[in-house]
Ligand binder design. Structure first.
Ligand code: SME
Length: 149
């Protein structure tokens, strides 16, 4: 994971790219390099409308480009401000299915100046794949991403 952190730092340090382009590269990097990350994307919060909006992502396109606060795993994290690790999506009542292949999901909020401005969302086709190492990596990624926003 330390190697991944160094690569993420390098992606975000590029001076010729926009924040959007760098976040896109972060999503692509994570999705390609970590075998149990099958879909990686960012959602951004609109606090006025209480909705999440899909930003940069890597993986298959999703129909869920706008998610109301409270709906699904993502919408719950918009309200709780807490990491949400889902080892088995079938065990969740409040879950929005993006693909029948998805077995597990992890969502880590993105804070800027203490405000929950969005989140990184990872879908996995592997059952129960996420450990503390994933939480640590994704918190690191979001802390570094917040610095360029
Ligand atoms: N499964 C998510 C919806 C977003 S997709 O995974 C890309 C949820 O329940 O919030």
């Amino acid at each position: 994971m330390e190697n991944h952190k160094s690569q993420i730092r390098d992606i975000l340090a590029q001076t010729t790219k926009t924040a959007d382009q760098k976040m896109q590269e972060v999503c692509q990097y994570l999705q390609q390099q970590i075998p149990h990350y099958d879909w990686v994307g960012y959602y951004f919060a609109n606090h006025e409308h209480r909705t999440l909006h899909l930003g940069p992502f890597a993986g298959d396109p999703t129909d869920h480009t706008v998610i109301p606060f409270g709906k699904g795993i993502c919408g719950q994290v918009a309200l709780s401000n807490q990491n949400f690790v889902v080892p088995d999506v079938k065990a969740q009542d409040n879950y929005i299915a993006c693909s029948l292949h998805v077995k597990a999901e992890i969502v880590v909020p993105l804070f800027k100046n203490g405000v929950n401005i969005g989140q990184i969302d990872i879908d996995s086709h592997t059952p129960d794949p996420f450990t503390d190492a994933d939480v640590d990596l994704l918190e690191f990624v979001n802390e570094r991403v917040a610095e360029i926003l």
